[in-house]
Design a protein around this ligand. Structure first.
Ligand code: HEC
Length: 152
């Protein structure tokens, strides 16, 4: 078993993907859990983006479902950024843990924007929806700019 280790390491270097397919062995699997929620967030966010860019037709009921789901999800990833949750292959930058006040503010900005979009989606006011969707998009982007980087 020990003899085979160098070969495994070599394979890792060649594939440059080690860690990515590994099972998350950390207690409670916080990085895996938050990533799954972000993926779900994207699954609600993206279809709305397609409507906003005119790629798909606007359907009030359908749009509202996505907006409502996004609001529900908006509060969920943050509990999985605890003190022991900074490990490979996370893309979270050290600022997440070094600047907790700013990180919290960025979360709140997104949570508020998602709530506003959900409220507006109920009215069907397309211009207002455009405006409020742009605010959500901005809140994702600005947080990612400061707190998400390349995998390490
Ligand atoms: C308050 C900060 C913050 C906000 C707001 C935020 N994100 Fe993120 N997001 C992160 C961080 C940090 C990561 C990296 C998580 C990790 O790799 O451990 C991430 C990761 C992701 C990922 C990758 C998940 C994976 O599988 O690795 C997606 C997709 C994503 N975010 C989409 C979004 C979308 C869409 C929005 C807005 C609708 C959003 N995020 C809002 C901080 C944020």
């Amino acid at each position: 078993m020990i003899r085979r280790l160098p070969l495994v390491l070599l394979a890792c270097l060649l594939l440059a993907s080690c860690g990515h397919n590994d099972v998350d062995t950390h207690k409670g699997q916080p990085a895996t859990k938050r990533k799954l929620i972000f993926k779900e967030i994207l699954r609600s966010f993206e279809p709305m983006g397609l409507v906003m860019r005119g790629r798909n037709p606007y359907d009030q009921a359908e749009f509202l479902q996505y907006a409502s789901k996004l609001q529900t999800l908006s509060t969920q990833p943050w509990q999985y950024f605890g003190p022991d949750s900074n490990y490979s292959p996370t893309r979270a930058k050290p600022d997440v843990w070094d600047k907790p006040v700013e990180f919290k503010q960025a979360q709140q900005k997104f949570i508020d924007a998602a709530a506003k979009l959900n409220a507006t989606a109920k009215t069907g006011d397309f211009d207002a929806i455009h405006r409020d969707f742009a605010a959500v998009e901005d809140s994702c982007k600005s947080c990612h700019q400061q707190f998400r980087g390349i995998p390490h």
